[in-house]
Design a protein around this ligand. Structure first.
Ligand code: HEC
Length: 123
């Protein structure tokens, strides 16, 4: 017989693979998760992957189109620099394309930086 409907499309098998790593959904990472992924297999989205960011020179992750400001910042993402950036991104890297007001509470920043370091290390 003539098929009245087009066959159902293949279920998007890619979906499972496209899902960000679980660490991205950790509540402590919530302020960043709109734009960043973290954890094994994290990919760059609006923002660059933050997997392996600790110790990375700012603006150097291959394949991500950083702003000139970020590339020229000369920063290296150790815990202290990351803390300063999260507190006030535009203060540390004037002209960065990361549109984020900053986290005022030092306790929340510390927890977040510790989480990022832990997740980076758990490879
Ligand atoms: C609204 C989207 C957005 C949010 C929310 C956001 N970021 Fe970003 N982030 C970006 C973009 C875009 C860049 C690239 C900036 C540039 O090139 O100037 C970036 C860059 C960075 C970088 C530099 C990475 C590198 O390899 O040099 C770090 C570190 C970073 N973000 C951490 C964070 C953390 C931690 C949070 C959560 C507190 C956060 N970001 C929240 C969009 C965002």
């Amino acid at each position: 017989m003539v098929a009245l409907h087009a066959p159902e499309p293949e279920p998007a098998r890619a979906t499972a693979d496209m899902r960000p790593p679980d660490a991205t959904f950790d509540p402590v990472f919530e302020p960043c998760a709109h734009c960043h992924q973290i954890g094994p297999g994290a990919r760059s989205m609006t923002g660059p992957s933050l997997q392996g960011v600790i110790g990375r020179k700012a603006g150097t992750l291959a394949g991500y189109p950083f702003s000139a400001a970020m590339r020229a910042s000369g920063a290296t993402w150790d815990a202290a620099t990351l803390d300063r950036f999260i507190a006030a991104p535009q203060a540390l890297v004037p002209g960065t394309r990361m549109i984020f007001a900053g986290i005022d509470d030092p306790t929340r920043r510390q927890a977040l930086v510790a989480f990022i370091a832990r997740t980076n290390a758990a490879l």
